[in-house]
Each structure stands twice: as C-alpha cells, then as structure tokens.
Design a protein around this ligand. Structure first.
Ligand code: GLN
Length: 287
C-alpha cells in the first residue's frame, strides 16, 4: 500500500473495488463490500453505511489482506471462510465444494419427499463435502437422522464441525464411505440424496479461475460427467428401502441420461425437476 492511502471506509471500498475489477473479479463492488464487512465485523449493509468512518490500522491490514486473496481469484467463500446455505452458516475451506444456491432447492425437494413418507426417516447424503445438504436437512426435519458420507477425510472433519456449529451433530452422522465399493447387507435408508461431482473431465479445466480453486474431486464426474450419478443410480436399491426416495442434482444437458440411469437402476416414478433458473437440475425417483 502506498502513501496515497485512503483513510475512510468509503475510500478503501473504492480502492478495493478498482483493484478487484482490474483482476477480473466478477461483481467487484459486491465482493469488496463483503470483505469490508468481514474486516469490520459487521453486516454488509452496515459496512456501506459506515463510509465516513476512519479505519484503524488493524482493520486496514485485515481488509487489504483479504482483498489481495480475492484478487488472486480465490473464491469469496474461501476468503471469508464460510458461506450461508439454507439458513445455516457453513464453514468452508479448499477441501470442499462451496455450497451453491441451487443445492438449497435440492434440500427442499428432499425434505418434501421425506415428509411425504409420513414417518421419521433415515437419510443418506452421498458425497457430503462441507455437510451443507445433510445439515440443512437435519435442521429442516427435526425427526430425521442423516448419514453424511464422503471419501475425503478433510471434508468429513469439516462436515462434522459444521454439524456441531449448526446444532445438529446428534442427528448428523459422518461416515467415510466409498460408493464404488460393493455394499452388503439389507437396504437401510429411507431417502438418498446427492449432489455428486458431475462435470465431464475435459470441461473441468475450462471453468472459471475461482471454480478451479475448488477440489477436483468434488467437480470431476469422469469422461461423460455421469460416473457418480451412474454409481448412485445403480446402487440405490441396495441402499434405499422399497418405497424410499432418491433425489439427485445434476448438470446442464444431463436430464435424459440421469432419467435413463434411474430407470435402468430399477427405480420408478422418475421425474426431472427444474431449478429456480428454469434449468433441468434435479431428479426424483421412488425405489
Ligand atoms: N454435497 C455437497 C454440496 O452440495 C458437496 C458436493 C460435491 O462435492 N460435489 O455442496
């Protein structure tokens, strides 16, 4: 930082916005506001309202450190260390996918399907990552027990601490589980939900710089993007009891394939559900 430093919050905000815009960060001003709010320990609206206030040296250093990180195209949620999701505060780091707004709709869909069964349910969240889906479901369904599975130990540690911070650790059970290993024993879940990695391998490298900071393991769905969706659809009957439900999130152009995979897996009443943007995004089916 040079001699011509701003002193007020508004001045720093403008400087940060210009810096982030120059680095190609989309929505530079919104990002700058979030970072200032975090540095001041206030809400985003209040940060803007404090425009005439002089920042302390400590606040300035803290703010500019995060602005520089964001300028390196580190996603805002990683810089802040958390992301809001379905009314929960979900802590994130670069070992997990950042929860996406459309996945909140997956939670609502799964919650309604679970409620329609008319009994307390056991849910399995396959590939839980930060735990966002499992935790939001546990909060939404006070009688449900949710098994949050992943292959990544660092993701599971984060999921567990997120479950604790959101007061559902008693009903969110974190399990290291590999879907690609054969399952034995009788089906035990009432509902399976998953937002698996579904981006075709060759497309992953063409994603925005921010997305490339997220774990490849959480994005890459193999050659056709369907590797995990295929495995879940094929495994559903071994995992979920007859009459139970399966809810999946998938990517652009995958609806017909996902429908076919679920039918092939022996599931019935397969339906494709659009997200709030009008895109085919979710599949629901009965086991
Ligand atoms: N279930 C987590 C989420 O929806 C992680 C998904 C993933 O890693 N593909 O954010």
């Amino acid at each position: 930082m040079s001699g011509s430093e701003p002193t007020t919050a508004a001045g720093w905000l403008a400087k940060a916005e210009a810096f982030l815009a120059e680095k190609g960060v989309p929505e530079a001003s919104v990002n700058a506001e979030f970072l200032l709010a975090e540095a001041l320990g206030v809400g985003r609206g209040q940060a803007k309202a404090e425009g005439t206030r002089t920042l302390t040296r400590k606040e300035t250093l803290r703010f500019w450190e995060t602005v520089k990180s964001r300028g390196r195209r580190i996603p805002l949620a990683y810089v802040l260390g958390w992301q809001p999701f379905a009314g929960c505060r979900i802590e994130v780091d670069d070992s997990v996918l950042i929860p996406r707004p459309e996945t909140e709709e997956l939670v609502e869909l799964a919650a309604r399907e679970a409620e329609s069964l008319g009994r307390p349910v056991h849910i399995v969240d396959v590939g839980t990552g930060s735990g966002c889906v499992a935790i939001a479901l546990a909060r939404r369904l006070p009688d449900a027990v949710v098994y949050a599975t992943d292959v990544s130990s660092s993701a599971l540690r984060l999921a567990e601490s997120n479950a604790m911070a959101n007061h559902v650790s008693r009903r969110v059970k974190v399990l290291k589980e590999d879907l690609f290993k054969p399952h034995s024993g009788a089906p035990w879940a009432d509902v399976a939900v998953s937002n698996p990695p579904y981006i075709p391998s060759a497309e992953v490298d063409r994603l925005e710089p921010e997305v490339l900071k997220e774990p490849r393991l959480a994005l890459d769905g193999g050659k056709d993007g369907l590797l995990h969706l295929r495995a879940i659809a094929g495994d559903a009957k071994r995992l979920v009891k007859p009459g139970g439900r399966v809810l999946l999130e998938f990517g652009a152009g995958q609806a017909a394939d996902v429908r076919a995979l679920l039918v092939k897996g022996g599931l019935s009443a397969v339906r494709i559900v659009k997200d709030a943007q009008g895109m085919d995004r979710f599949a629901a089916a009965t086991v």
